[in-house]
Design a protein around this ligand. Sequence first.
Ligand SMILES: Cc1cc2nc3c(=O)[nH]c(=O)nc-3n(C[C@H](O)[C@H](O)[C@H](O)COP(=O)(O)O)c2cc1C
Length: 128
Amino acid sequence: MGAALAEAELIVAGAPILGFRLPTDAMRRSVLTSERNAPTPPDLSHPSMRTWLDALPHGRGRSAAFETRIWWSPGGAIGPIADKLERAGYPRLTKARRFVVKGKYGPLRDGELERARRWGAELAQAMG
Ligand SMILES: Cc1cc2nc3c(=O)[nH]c(=O)nc-3n(C[C@H](O)[C@H](O)[C@H](O)COP(=O)(O)O)c2cc1C
């Protein structure tokens, strides 16, 4: 990371909710054993969003946060994502977004990908 990120004009960061919150590394590891029947095994080859945000260099850009989730869940991931981005010097450009998946493992509900694309276009427009 480092220099390139600190120069970023906009960071769009998102994560799934697991266990009602932004997943911890321990939670992600435990999914490997607790979710043996998942359609695809979790990909742990990259750092968790939580760890990535904690290592984010201080910057001057703006930010936007999102989460993927089932529709009825309490808790959430966007609160800590948006807070960590703001604390690192990337104030929010827009209200955070929630994208809803079907079932426990996804995929996205019908229409959600289009909503995400529209949001991306709005973000680009807001950045001028
Ligand atoms: C072990 C486990 C716990 C989960 N806990 C929650 C939860 O508390 N709230 C929620 O909305 N979704 C929960 N989900 C659903 C995930 O958020 C969903 O699978 C994810 O958003 C799909 O996105 P991905 O394909 O990027 O992983 C959970 C899924 C798993 C496998």
